[in-house]
Write a protein that binds this ligand. Structure first.
Ligand SMILES: [Zn+2]
Length: 230
């Protein structure tokens, strides 16, 4: 939620047909560290939709902040995540209950991502970007996170069966769209037959693919994902 002025009369929400009463950031504002919030992307939103996923947003932001391999903008999130966990020990427990240490010397471990929450947050980001760029209220059909590994590949070191999809998404000729804080968030998109494919890049290293389609459908994802922790 924010206090930006409303858009023109009659403007509706990017995700439903309710009147727009506020503007929602895409990606969510809390993904952007202080000092890296210039000219962020917003879309018209109804207040119901805007509030709906705030707990999922906090979960995903904290989970991302705990990953290794992020740039300096991502490192800035660690303090925010720590404060969030201090405020809610239950959220800390939910986030890291599956944490397994693999190498004590290197302090490497893995933990299970709650993919429903990732789908919810990233699907909304893709939906907002698609509305802004193409003016279409399409639904997000699939969220895929090539940056995350699965239990078999990370822990048991055997192929996880998702490399085909990784290759497919990485081979798409995305057209990069300008963003004002590329160290925090960059994206590109590409039209395919009956839909659009998006590549979202957070903190220089965490990649999310989203498939937007012209029809309504439940988000599907069968992935079991683990992220490298730090
Ligand atoms: Zn709405």
């Amino acid at each position: 939620m924010n206090d930006l002025p409303n858009g023109p009369p009659g403007e509706t929400c990017y995700a439903c047909d309710q009147p727009a009463t506020t503007r929602e950031h895409a990606p969510p504002l809390s993904f952007f560290p202080q000092g890296k919030r210039r000219n962020l992307i917003t879309v018209p939103s109804c207040s119901i939709y805007n509030c709906e996923n705030s707990l999922d947003v906090e979960y995903v932001r904290n989970a991302l902040a705990s990953l290794e391999g992020l740039n300096e903008a991502g490192e800035l999130l660690i303090d925010k995540a720590k404060r969030s966990f201090d405020h809610s020990p239950a959220l800390f427990e939910q986030t890291f209950q599956s944490f397994v240490v693999h190498s004590r010397e290197e302090q490497v471990g893995t933990y299970k991502f709650d993919l429903k929450r990732v789908d919810n947050v990233m699907g909304a980001v893709a939906q907002a970007l698609h509305y802004r760029d193409e003016g279409q209220k399409w639904s997000c059909r699939l969220v895929f996170v090539p940056s995350l590994g699965s239990e078999s590949s990370l822990i048991h070191k055997i192929p996880d069966g998702w490399d085909g999809l990784r290759d497919l998404f990485s081979g798409v000729p995305y057209v990069d769209r300008p963003t004002s804080e590329p160290g925090v968030f960059m994206y590109g998109s590409h039209a395919i037959d009956g839909g659009w494919v998006y590549r979202l890049t957070f903190y220089g290293g965490f990649i999310v693919n989203a498939l937007m389609a012209a029809y309504n459908a439940e988000i599907e994802s069968g992935q079991v994902e683990y992220g490298p922790g730090r």
